[in-house]
Ligand binder design. Structure first.
Ligand SMILES: Cc1cc2nc3c(=O)[nH]c(=O)nc-3n(C[C@H](O)[C@H](O)[C@H](O)COP(=O)(O)O)c2cc1C
Length: 192
C-alpha cells in the first residue's frame, strides 16, 4: 500500500513532524511504502478563485501542486500533519487544502458525466498537535481536513491528536504517545 505523508508545519523538527514520523514508522512496520513531502518546502500558491477548475477540473496554476494532484488521485492513503494555528491548520497546509478545490471540481464534473464511482478504499488521516488543552482545540482544523479529504475523493480514516505540546521537540518526551502514534500508523495499514 502506498502512503503519502505531508508535513504541514514550517518548523523543522517540530512536534507534528515528530508525531508524523512515529505514525510513518508504524506504517512502514506494517509494510507500507511512504512518500514524504514538507509543504513549507514546496511552492504551493494560494487558490485565486479564478473559477478555471469549475470548467475543467484542472487548476490553472502551475507549481508544485501540479504533480501532487496526480499522486493524490491515485494513492491509497494520505496522512496530513499540521499543528494548530489559531484553531486551524497552518497557512502552508491551508494553501494545499484550498488548491484541492480543483479536485472537488473534478469530482463534480465526473459525477455530472456519470463517470464517478464511490471508492471507500482510499483514505485520509489527520495528525495534529496544539499547545493548549481546551476541549475544542482541534475542532476547526478537524472539520477542514474532513472536507479536504472529501475533495480528494478519500474517506476520512481518522485522526491522531495531541494537546499540550508547545516547545520544539517536546513531543518526543511523551514515550507513551509516541508508541500510540506508531500503533495508529499500523492501523492505517489494516484499515480496509
Ligand atoms: C502562529 C501560531 C498560532 C498558534 N495557535 C495555536 C492555537 O490556536 N491553539 C493551540 O493550542 N496552539 C497554538 N499554537 C501552538 C502550536 O500549535 C504548538 O506549539 C505546536 O506544538 C507546534 O507544532 P510544530 O512544532 O509541529 O510546529 C500556535 C503556534 C503558532 C506559531
Amino acid at each position: 500500500m502506498q502512503v503519502l505523508a505531508l508535513y504541514g508545519s514550517p518548523r523543522l523538527g517540530g512536534n507534528s513532524s515528530i508525531l508524523l514520523d512515529a505514525v510513518i514508522r508504524g506504517v512502514e512496520r506494517s509494510g507500507g511504502v511512504v512518500e514524504r513531502a514538507r509543504l513549507a518546502e514546496l511552492n504551493i500558491n494560494p487558490c485565486i478563485a479564478c473559477g478555471g477548475c469549475d470548467l475543467t477540473g484542472e487548476c490553472v496554476i502551475i507549481d508544485d501542486m501540479t504533480n501532487l494532484y496526480d499522486r493524490i488521485i491515485e494513492i491509497d492513503r494520505i496522512v496530513v500533519a499540521s499543528p494548530i494555528y489559531f484553531y486551524g491548520i497552518t497557512a502552508q497546509t491551508k494553501a494545499f487544502v484550498d488548491r484541492c478545490q480543483a479536485l472537488w471540481s473534478r469530482k463534480r464534473l465526473l459525477k455530472e458525466a456519470g463517470r464517478w464511482a464511490l471508492n471507500t478504499q482510499r483514505k485520509g488521516y489527520f495528525v495534529s498537535v496544539g499547545a493548549t488543552k481546551g476541549s475544542r482545540v482541534f475542532e476547526g482544523a478537524g472539520l477542514t481536513m474532513k472536507y479536504a479529504f472529501d475533495a480528494m475523493d478519500m474517506a476520512y480514516g481518522g485522526e491522531f491528536l495531541v494537546k499540550s505540546v508547545e516547545g520544539i521537540g517536546e513531543m518526543e518526551k511523551s514515550v507513551k504517545t509516541m508508541a500510540d502514534a506508531e500503533r495508529f500508523g499500523m492501523t492505517i495499514m489494516n484499515d480496509m
